[in-house]
Design a protein around this ligand. Structure first.
Ligand code: MN
Length: 301
């Protein structure tokens, strides 16, 4: 684990940096970790991106199966393309999430949660992305909260489908709240060239979830992060021949972060304190009631 906080400077202007996500396997599923990356720690305040699946879970088994675990200093963002999960947290929330819906859990000083699928009575494809948004110094010690949004701004036209997870599109504002200026769109597009809006002061990146997209003559596929820098008022994208992707970013976060396990902090003492609180179960992260999977112990360190 990194012991020092780190930060990568945002590009001053438009760039196209394509970097490979780190691929890992969790219970037979491929997970592609696009963020953090050694060359790109954050994009706006987005600081973590794990793209999982697609994989088919057979009847009688469980899809997502993540037992109670803690967070602090960040918001978790769950976004599914296929499958379902039940979110339970230490605030007492029990919330099913399905594709097209958004779970946005802000940890502040501490929260714990579990994300579990039901025992399936039919084969089901699990596919989605788990994102984290770092909280700035001003809010990261605040109270935890949870938001579920069943309906998000959605623009559909031939060859283009955009859902606004966070931020706004043509005046349509997502109901989700973030602590720093942020945007995140789920975009499906065909082979015709399309313009997406961008805010020049923001940095942005593309994570392809399905198919492939062409950006400035480069083909981007799942398993990569395409960082586009700042200074753009539009982004030109073309499916190759079709793509589903996230276009996300925001105001560059001017803070060095220390990320360890499920915690985003600023120094090693804070990290140690978070580990100790979870191990001691001292109340900082609360308790998740009713979870099927076991509480996840802190990893060795
Ligand atoms: Mn989590």
């Amino acid at each position: 684990m990194r012991l020092k906080p780190s930060r990568t400077a945002p590009a001053d202007g438009p760039v196209l940096e394509v970097q490979r996500a780190r691929s890992t396997h969790v219970e037979g599923a491929t997970v592609r970790r696009a963020l953090p990356h050694p060359r790109r720690r954050t994009v706006g305040a987005w600081c973590f991106a794990d793209h999982f699946g697609p994989r088919t879970v057979p009847a009688g088994r469980v899809g997502l199966d993540v037992g109670p675990h803690p967070h602090c200093g960040l918001a978790t963002v769950t976004w599914l393309l296929s499958g379902q999960a039940v979110h339970r947290d230490s605030l007492g929330t029990v919330q099913t999430i399905r594709p097209g819906q958004l779970n946005w859990m802000t940890a502040g000083r501490g929260i714990s949660h579990a994300e579990e699928g039901p025992v399936l009575d039919h084969d089901e494809v699990i596919h989605g992305i788990q994102l984290w948004v770092a909280q700035p110094e001003a809010t990261r010690h605040g109270a935890p909260r949870f938001e579920h949004h069943a309906a998000l701004p959605h623009r559909v036209e031939p060859g283009l489908d955009v859902r606004v997870l966070i931020g706004e599109l043509d005046g349509q504002l997502s109901p989700a709240r973030s602590d720093t200026p942020l945007f995140g769109y789920d975009v499906s597009l065909g082979a015709k060239e399309r313009l997406l809006p961008a805010e020049p002061a923001f940095e942005g990146a593309i994570i392809v979830l399905d198919g492939a997209v062409e950006v400035e003559g480069q083909r981007i596929e799942p398993g990569h992060l395409a960082y586009l820098g700042r200074g753009r008022d539009t982004v030109v994208l073309q499916g190759a021949p079709t793509a589903r992707l996230l276009w996300l970013g925001g105001e560059p976060l001017d803070e060095a972060l220390l990320m360890g396990w499920n915690f985003v902090v600023r120094d090693i003492d804070e990290l140690e304190a978070a580990f100790e609180s979870w191990e001691a179960d001292d109340g900082r992260f609360g308790r998740v009631e009713g979870a099927r999977a076991a509480r996840i112990g802190a990893p060795g360190r």
